[in-house]
Design a protein around this ligand. Sequence first.
Ligand code: RFL
Ligand code: PHB
Length: 389
Amino acid sequence: MRTQVGIIGAGPSGLMLSQLLHLKGIDTVVLERHSRDYVLNRIRAGVLEHNFAEMMREARVGERMDREGEIHDGFDITYRGERHRIDLKGLTGHGVMVYGQTELTRDLYEGRDKLGGTVIHNAEDVRPHDITTDKPYLTYRIGDERHRVDCDFIVGCDGFHGVSRKSIPADKLRDFEIVYPIGWLGVLSRTPPVSHELIYVNSDRGFALCSMRSHVLSRYYVQCTSEDRVEDWSDDRFWAELKRRLPADAAGSIVTGPSIEKSIAPLRSFVAEPMRYGTLFLAGDAAHIVPPTGARGLNSAASDIHYLYRAMLDHYQNGDDAGLEGYSQKALARVWKGQRFSWWLTKLLHRFPDTNDFEQRMQLVELDYLFSSEAARKSLAENYVGLPF
Ligand code: RFL
Ligand code: PHB
């Protein structure tokens, strides 16, 4: 098989890139390790910055998001037991779109189906070859049959555990990483959200987050230890712990119910540089990971796709390779800003096992400062709604 752009991974990054390129007549093949059902059943992000929502529309898959997604003009941060609001709209002129990654992935799949895009599922042992030449190719296996896809470029959109980053020689790649000694235990429940906006909670017992997917579907998180297992957390234990961390009004009014999904996400900050090696480009979680606190992960993936898509258009339509040459530097400049924000907000809102009393006071005084200074809130808000591409 031959294509112009071979894409590894059918997460939001891979599907979005293939959809945008297809709309401009550029051929792609997407190779995905898992089944379509598996991909569609992963519960992940919930908050999209306005740039991402705009990209969904540009990709002609934004209709349902505009109908069913909810624009939030602000959110609350709770500390010392009190709720304080960050007025995103008032501070930046923008809100954020609350629309689940699961829904967005479904919309992207439908977009790919409508245009007749090629997404190959259950592709085992996907491997990039000859990436230092201008004739790279991919191989993969389905059952016992091996296949080959020749292409002009390979894009690794295969997430943190994917194969593409590992295909770059170790001495050509520099990793930057923090592994936090905590995790997020998340529960999805068919219950009305406790509040119409998100609540980020800093409490003596650790962080918590009240989020949602719709008026009848809530997503809650509590900070747990790195050693915790999902089996350690019955629904009753989860709800009791969440209530202990919430301010009294929210704890009193929250509606609880059986969990539909329950999982633990580890917290990690990670960047691999550069994001290009020869004819292999990395995008999204394949190149960088953030802790979910600032809702940056999917949004950082979107800016990579924005730069790469435009660079590829310049290559194919105008014979101009400046965008491809500059991709890594340009993408990383924005990625690092997302890293800074996620790292800062994570430090601000969680309890870490090795924090001393001085650092604990610093956290509280930083929160006091935030809610006494419009300049400080504006800085938080402009990062949360998304810095310009
Ligand atoms: P994905 O979504 O991980 O997709 C990668 C795809 O590649 C496939 N794959 C392979 N395919 C072929 N061969 C291989 N060898 C392969 N290895 C892997 C995988 O099966 C998969 O289908 O990466 P992508 O597309 O870059 O998208 C990134 C986002 O998924 C991620 O950044 C966000 O989910 C992060 N995130 C959030 N981001 C936000 O912007 N806002 C949020 O509110 C937000 N909340 C979250 C989050 C992530 C979370 N978890 C579970 C880590 C909340 C949580 C709890
Ligand atoms: C979510 O709804 O899953 C969510 C929302 C905001 C975050 C992280 C996750 O910062």
